[in-house]
Design a protein around this ligand. Structure first.
Ligand code: PGA
Length: 256
């Protein structure tokens, strides 16, 4: 893993956005894996800026989101479809038919998940996957204790995740119990992964994911098994990492 520590979340987000933008310029038909939550907002703002100010072209880009709540329709303000439209898709030129988000209202959820896996394969796999990390170590909605080889499926949310996400809902009880999520096995097949973690509330879980043992108890730790992960973290988020000096040393020398 390459760990890029930057002073602020804003700088780290811009750096991650620039890296993905370079990929899109080099390969206009890049397949992106996208995340929701507070973490990727700065990255999406920067892509929007690059699109409007510098003509970054999403016209041939395909996207697959990590997850969606079960039971929330696309026009529900708390659905991840709604979030993505508001925070990114409405502001860039990505084609609606190239945008994929699991449908949490599908009648047959197992068939929906199988079709999602097939759509990723048909697109040639994910080139660049953006990830946040949950305070319980989840990636996507792959909660602790699940299989590290899982595929896209229905997953029950932990009590902690439901508490964490209650801030987006009028009533904490409205947070759905289930999600559809890409599996860990699905995520690990991405060619490149950008893991973003900002703020002191992510410091301990990030250190476990990056420097702790690989364990299903911290699903993000499995990223240590992936050959091409870059971690973008701000100073507060890096506070519990043991090898900060080494990461900064590597960064200094790779910039030379
Ligand atoms: P957050 O969520 O970006 O809102 O902190 C991250 C996650 O749950 O993956």
């Amino acid at each position: 893993m390459e760990v890029m520590i930057q002073d602020t979340a804003e700088t780290a987000s811009r750096t991650a956005a620039a890296l993905a933008a370079e990929e899109i310029r080099d390969h206009p038909d890049t397949v992106l894996g996208l995340a929701t939550g507070s973490t990727p907002l700065g990255l999406y703002r920067e892509w929007i800026r690059l699109h409007s100010d510098e003509g970054l072209d999403f016209g041939r880009v395909t996207s697959f989101n990590l997850d969606e709540y079960v039971g929330l329709p696309a026009d529900h303000p708390c659905s991840y479809r709604y979030f993505m439209q508001e925070q990114l898709f409405n502001h860039i030129n990505i084609r609606p038919d190239r945008v994929h988000i699991p449908n949490g209202t599908a009648g047959d959820l197992a068939a929906e998940c199988a079709a999602y896996e097939q759509a990723i394969r048909d697109a040639g796999g994910i080139d660049v996957q953006v990830l946040g990390i949950g305070s319980d170590g989840h990636i996507g909605f792959n909660e602790p204790g699940g299989s590290l080889a899982s595929r896209t499926r229905r997953e029950i949310l932990t009590a902690q995740t439901r508490r964490d996400n209650a801030r987006f809902f009028d009533n904490p009880e409205d947070v759905p119990l289930y999600s559809l999520t890409m599996g860990i096995g699905t995520i690990l097949e991405s060619r490149r992964i950008l893991l973003l973690a900002f703020g002191e509330h992510k410091a301990d879980i990030l250190a476990k994911a990056v420097e702790g043992p690989v364990t299903a108890s911290v699903p993000a730790s499995v990223l240590q098994m992936h050959p091409h992960v870059t971690v973008f973290v701000d100073e507060p988020g890096a506070a519990s990492l043991a090898r900060v000096d080494h990461y900064k040393w590597v960064m200094r020398h790779s910039l030379e």
